[in-house]
Structure formats: structure tokens, C-alpha cells
Design a protein around this ligand. Structure first.
Ligand SMILES: *[C@@H]1O[C@H](CO)[C@@H](O)[C@H](O)[C@H]1NC(C)=O
Ligand SMILES: *[C@@H]1O[C@H](CO)[C@@H](O)[C@H](O)[C@H]1NC(C)=O
Ligand SMILES: *[C@@H]1O[C@H](CO)[C@@H](O)[C@H](O)[C@H]1NC(C)=O
Ligand SMILES: *[C@@H]1O[C@H](CO)[C@@H](O)[C@H](O)[C@H]1NC(C)=O
Length: 666
């Protein structure tokens, strides 16, 4: 205990003196990694050394659209002025490739530059992108995003999780996408990534439903598609995984060798819009089932090596999106390997939120892992109804953003109900829950966003401290129901909050009778699966308590002003963070002092904090800073462990102000 504290202070001293880095740790570019064995570091090329910062980037759904035109109307996907709005003389659009030449009025287009409505009050595409529209991401927005990432983050992060959709949508009937265009756009984004971050930061991409043609449908490989992505991502896919990738377009990468891995999942094999696959029934050759088998083996292997893993991919593991038996198997694996999985990161939705997968819900999923039946429970697709699209202003009005698209409403209501229905007090078992993070997208379905996570790097310094790392125990304690009693003490303050916000009358309050596992119809219910296969729960594992590799929090960055028609590029700003105020600027009364609690580089580089100015006299800026920090710290979580997610969900449904904020953030 004392030595940890001491190490903390030493870390603090170093951090204060260099003002940025604490620890040195070998990070290999993924291309150099041999990820399947333990002894790969010695004889490979001498790796580059970068100081670990304890931060990583999650970026998703970039959707670049080179056909995007400033001043175009929304109904063309922001490619042209639509015919029915504008009749007029032919334009002189030399660089404009109009496929519906008739009725184009390009002079108008030039004329309206600097406005976001035409003279009839019709909304038009903005220079930097068009928030809350169906339009994709203009190159100008791609550029300012990568310019900012390069400038502010190149030296501040350890690795990148990048969860797919790097091509435009297929919404313009007169300009259909082609396979080649999709590959080209993906290559373009890869080159932007490499330009921004170089090859010494591991980058872990995953495939999105719009990275293929036609979208959503993908068969098992090897195929032209998997071969081509293997080439496009050659710098990112460890060579050991090239055969696996050719077959399924998924792989693992050790972002901190022997310590931390990111698994890139191909969620399209589980996605129920993919009509070329057939779900995840056990003991089949369905590509979805084979990927689950592979994932099981990967997780077991990483667990044996005492490593921690992030599961990442495009389409989130939700029963609204996955084939039921895929959802069930994902849930089984997430719960079974909860001492090895530090978290789950997904994209696709373009809505910032989190949700839980929990045992009760899996118990009530109506199918078995063996069946191929799909129950219909889909959300409405997350796209705007163009003919009824309201103005940007009305979208941002109170109750605006999320309520507009049908799916947002459904999702919002569903989340609220889920959070409310969680059991109270001692009935809630931490081992029954995992939290899934879904990040906001770069494409401005609402406002463009990227996210920077922090994780605990204690023990990863120059002198590796093995004691800092969680060692999984060998036997599952989960076979009997009795051990549930043990959990009470580790639910400490989460439980306090739960009790405070106790509301009567949940369906979970009644202890549901669980089915007899000897009966065939129950054998795939989680309570029976966990009897056959160990569920590795440990309150000391990094997903449950703060220690080396535990996710500590994240900062959501966004571009609030993209609809301002200005030639000045809009600026990336902090939308909110999950942190407590005092870890951002540890001693607001003394801006030069480092945190004692936060013994690693600060969550957000100080120059990116609002109202932070190290030159200002402390007293003059203190109030302003306090206010600014308060505004960006609505959740005040001490870390992103499951107890704290449960606590947050409780607070969200227990406090109207918090729920309103949550909706706003979505
Ligand atoms: C974006 O950046 C690329 C490469 O730097 C440049 O060629 C292109 O003109 C830029 N596009 C826009 C719209 O700013
Ligand atoms: C889109 O909105 C229009 C106008 O509100 C409505 O008539 C139409 O049915 C909607 N279409 C869909 C697919 O919801
Ligand atoms: C990281 O974990 C260690 C325990 O291993 C703890 O002492 C330290 O405070 C944690 N760091 C942060 C920033 O929470
Ligand atoms: C602020 O903290 C630094 C470093 O701990 C210390 O040297 C300095 O004296 C402090 N300043 C004030 C005004 O307390």
C-alpha cells in the first residue's frame, strides 16, 4: 500500500517536471507485432519507444463524401440543388459533376455561399458539413478533423480504436456508390490516419456496414472484399492474423504487448440486416458462429496470459441489431470473460450513449443458441425522413435533437426503462452486468464527435511493477448460487446510491423462478450456460475496480458550430467529460500543482481545457475556470468500472436534470 502511494508521488514528481509524460513503455507498431506468442519482443526490429500517456482515441463513422457541395439541397444528399426547388438557367459548374443537369442553378449556388438557406428558406448544405441532416461528411470536415487530431493528439495518445464506416452512404440515386469508390475512400482515410499519427501508434480499425457494397451484406471470406481490406489495412493487421482476416475480417492487436489487446470484431456477421449470413447457432459453419468460437479462444488465450482486452466493432451488440442467437452468445462471452474484458466500444448508431447487457435480459431473450429463428425487435433505421426534416434550429431546441429521428426516441425510452428496471440494492449483482459504449460519429448526424479515453497506467513505467496487474484466478466460483452472498461488500457505494434512489414496484423485485437446467428448453439460458462454462467474475478485476488498465473516463469532443456559415473553420471543443472536476485541474487554486490522486498524465492536456491559462494570475482566472470545469463534468465518475456505470444509470433516472443532460448529450 505504502509503496503504491510512494510510486504515485514519484510519478507525480516526474509528471510535474516534464509536464506531460510519466512513464516509458515499449509500444510496438502493430505491423511489427507477433501477437500470438510471448517471446516476440526480443528478436524483432528494434521498436520505437514512446512514453505511455494513458489515453487512447475512439473515432467512428467518418463517412467522407467527396461529392458533397456547399449550397446543395438535402434531398440530393447535399450533392446538388434539387430540380423541383430551382428552375433556371444552366450553370457554368466546371468542377461540379451534376448528373441531373436540368434545372441546376449554379449561380445561385455561388450566390448563397455564406448562407445556409436559399431565398425560399430551404436549408442548404453548409461549408463545413450540415448538422442534423442525412448528408455525409464533406472533405472540409474530414480535413479539419484530421488536422486537429494531428496537432493536438499525435503525441498524446497510445493507440486508436476506429470502428468503421469510411465511405459515404448510398442515398443519392443519381450517384450510386461502387465497390471501387468505397475502397478508394477507405484508402484515403487510412492515409489521413497515417499522416496524422504515423506508424508507431497502433491503430485498430474494424469494418462498417457501409464499407461494403451493397451495404450491410457480407458473406464469409476469403473474398475480394477481405483480400482488399487486408491490403488497405496492411499497416494495422498483425501478420499472424492475415489468414483469419481473409476468412472473416476480424483480428486482434496487442496495443501494449503482453498487457493490453484490442479485438476488432466483424459485427456484420452478427448483424440481422446481413442477409447473406444466418446468425450464430452453435456447432455450425455460419461465419457468425465461427467468429464467436474464435472470440472465445482469443479471450481464453488473453486471459491465460493475464492480459486485458477491449472488444471493439461497428454495430453495437444489441438485440435490436444482432441475430438473437448472436446477441445471446455475445452476452455469454462478455459476462463469462468479465475479468479479462475491460470494455466494449462500438459505433454505427451516431448517437452517444451506453447500455448494459445483463443476465436478466439474456434470460428473457426468447431463442436458444442453437436455433436460427430471429424474433423481430428492430429499431427503425437511424436515418432522417427527408420530406419531414425540420430546421437545424428546431433540432437544437429543448427536447429537440434526439426526439427527431424515430430511432432516437425509441432508444431514449428504452434506455430509461432499462435503467429504471434495474434491481435495487442487494438484489443487484455486479457480475450480471457489462456496459457497452456507443460513441458519437464524425458524420454530423447530430454534431461531429470524437472521444478520448483514459486508462490506468500504473505499473507500466520504466520499471514494470508486476504487482499492479490483475492476475485472473484459475477456478470459477460461479457454479453455485451461494457465492452471491459474498458480493455484498464489493458493491459498497454503488449500493448506497441504489438504496437512496429506491423506487417501489419493479418487475425485477420479484425473484423470478429460473428454469430447470436439465430441461432442454432452458439449456441455453445464461444461468444454465454458466453452470457448464465458467463465468470469471472477480471484484478485483480491472473492469470492476480501479487498477492497472482500468478505463478511468473519457472526454467527448465535438464541433458545436459547424452550421455557422463562416470561412473560418469551426473549432473542436469539449462537449463533456465523465471525470470529476478536481482531476482535470487537480488544484484549481494552484494550476501548476499536479494531482495526487491522478498520478499519471492529466485526462485532458491542459491546453485543451476551457478557460485554462497557465500564465494568468491564479486568482483572476479561478472563478472562470471553476465554472467552465463544472460545465464539462456532469457525470463526475471516479472511473469507468461497472459499479460506477450502475451508479451513473441510477443517478440518471433518479434526477431529472441529469436525465435531461443525458438526452442532450445523446
Ligand atoms: C483537404 O485536404 C486535402 C489534402 O491535404 C486537400 O488536397 C484538399 O483540397 C482539402 N479539401 C478541402 C475541401 O479542404
Ligand atoms: C416522411 O414524412 C412525411 C411528412 O411528414 C410523411 O408523409 C411520410 O409518411 C414520412 N415517411 C416515412 C417513411 O416515414
Ligand atoms: C491506478 O491504479 C492504482 C492501483 O493499482 C491506484 O493507486 C491509482 O490511484 C490509479 N490511478 C488513477 C489515475 O486512478
Ligand atoms: C503551486 O504549486 C507549486 C508546485 O507544487 C508550488 O511550487 C507553488 O508554490 C504553489 N503556488 C501557490 C500559490 O500555492
Amino acid at each position: 500500500m505504502r509503496s503504491t502511494l510512494l510510486a504515485g508521488f514519484i510519478g507525480l514528481a516526474i509528471a510535474a517536471s516534464t509536464s506531460a509524460s510519466t512513464s516509458e513503455q515499449t509500444v510496438l507498431g502493430p505491423a511489427l507485432q507477433n501477437t500470438n506468442t510471448n517471446d516476440h519482443i526480443q528478436n524483432s526490429v528494434k521498436p520505437k519507444r514512446r512514453p505511455l500517456k494513458g489515453r487512447f482515441l475512439h473515432i467512428t463513422d467518418i463517412h467522407p463524401d467527396p461529392h458533397y457541395k456547399t449550397g446543395a439541397t438535402f434531398d440530393t444528399g447535399c450533392h446538388r440543388r434539387s430540380k423541383d426547388k430551382k428552375k433556371g438557367k444552366k450553370g457554368k459548374g466546371k468542377d461540379v459533376d451534376y448528373s441531373e443537369e436540368d434545372g441546376q442553378d449554379i449561380e445561385d449556388e455561388i450566390e448563397i455561399k455564406g448562407k445556409d438557406k436559399d431565398k425560399d428558406g430551404v436549408d442548404l448544405a453548409g461549408k463545413w458539413g450540415t448538422a442534423v441532416s442525412k448528408c455525409d461528411t464533406p472533405m472540409s470536415l474530414v480535413n479539419i478533423t484530421f488536422d486537429w487530431l494531428k496537432k493536438e493528439w499525435r503525441d498524446e495518445i497510445d493507440f486508436i480504436v476506429w470502428t468503421g464506416d469510411n465511405a459515404r452512404h448510398d442515398i443519392d440515386r443519381s450517384l450510386p456508390r461502387t465497390t471501387n469508390e468505397i475502397f478508394k475512400l477507405n484508402r484515403m482515410v487510412v492515409s489521413r490516419m497515417l499522416d496524422a499519427f504515423g506508424t508507431d501508434i497502433p491503430i485498430v480499425p474494424s469494418i462498417g456496414n457501409n464499407d461494403i457494397w451493397p451495404h450491410n451484406v457480407m458473406a464469409a471470406g476469403p473474398s475480394r472484399l477481405t483480400e482488399e481490406f487486408l491490403r488497405i489495412w496492411s499497416k494495422f493487421i498483425p501478420p499472424d492474423f492475415s489468414h483469419v482476416f481473409e476468412r472473416g475480417a476480424y483480428f486482434s492487436a496487442e496495443v501494449i504487448p503482453d498487457r493490453l489487446a484490442v479485438i476488432s470484431l466483424n459485427t456484420l456477421f452478427w448483424y440481422d440486416s446481413n442477409t447473406l449470413v444466418d446468425g450464430c447457432a452453435d456447432h455450425t459453419n455460419d461465419p457468425g458462429a465461427l467468429q464467436m468460437d474464435w472470440l472465445d479462444v482469443q479471450l481464453a488465450g488473453f486471459r491465460d496470459r493475464g492480459m486485458q482486452v477491449w472488444l471493439t466493432g461497428h454495430v453495437p451488440p444489441h438485440m435490436g441489431y444482432y441475430y438473437d442467437n448472436c446477441y445471446l452468445r455475445y452476452g455469454d462471452l462478455a459476462l463469462r470473460y468479465q475479468d479479462t474484458i475491460v470494455g466494449h466500444l462500438f459505433g454505427h448508431m451516431n448517437i452517444d450513449h451506453f447500455f448494459f447487457i445483463d443476465v436478466d435480459e439474456l434470460e428473457s431473450t426468447p431463442v436458444s443458441r442453437k436455433s436460427k429463428v430471429k424474433s423481430k425487435k428492430n429499431f427503425a433505421p437511424l436515418t432522417a425522413n427527408l420530406s419531414s426534416l425540420p430546421s437545424f434550429e428546431s433540432m437544437l431546441a429543448p427536447n429537440g435533437p434526439v426526439g427527431i429521428f424515430g430511432a432516437g426516441d425509441t432508444l431514449k425510452d428504452e434506455l430509461k426503462k432499462d435503467f429504471e428496471d434495474m434491481p435495487d440494492g442487494k438484489d443487484l449483482k455486479l457480475k450480471d452486468y457489462v456496459a457497452i459504449n456507443v460513441a458519437a460519429s464524425v458524420i454530423p448526424t447530430y454534431l461531429p464527435g470524437v472521444r478520448v479515453f483514459t486508462y490506468n497506467i500504473s505499473g507500466l513505467g520504466e520499471e514494470v511493477n508486476e504487482d499492479a496487474f490483475y492476475k485472473p484466478h484459475q477456478l470459477s466460483e460461479d457454479i453455485d448460487e451461494e457465492d452471491d452472498e459474498e458480493e455484498e461488500d464489493d458493491e459498497d457505494n454503488a449500493i448506497e446510491v441504489l438504496k437512496k434512489n429506491r423506487r417501489p414496484g419493479h418487475r425485477h423485485d420479484k425473484k423470478r423462478k429460473k428454469g430447470d437446467c436439465k430441461k432442454k428448453e432452458n439449456e441455453d439460458k445464461p444461468h444454465c450456460v454458466f453452470r457448464r462454462l465458467p463465468r470469471y467474475y472477480d471484484k478485483n478485476s480491472p473492469s470492476r475496480s480501479n487498477r492497472a488498465l482500468t478505463p478511468l473516463g473519457y472526454t467527448q469532443f465535438y464541433l458545436p458550430k459547424i452550421n455557422k456559415q463562416s470561412n473560418e473553420p469551426p473549432q473542436w471543443e469539449i462537449e463533456y467529460t465523465t471525470y470529476k472536476k478536481d482531476v482535470l485541474v487537480p488544484h484549481p487554486s494552484n494550476l501548476t500543482a499536479q494531482s495526487q490522486k491522478w498520478n499519471q498524465p492529466p485526462p485532458i492536456p491542459l491546453n485543451l481545457l476551457p478557460e485554462y491559462n497557465s500564465d494568468q494570475s491564479v486568482t483572476a482566472s479561478k472563478d472562470k475556470l471553476e465554472k467552465a470545469l463544472k460545465k464539462i463534468t456532469p457525470w463526475r465518475m471516479s472511473d469507468l468500472t461497472i459499479p460506477n456505470y450502475i451508479k451513473l444509470s441510477r443517478k440518471l433516472v433518479g434526477d431529472k436534470g441529469m436525465w435531461d443532460k443525458f438526452q442532450e448529450i445523446m
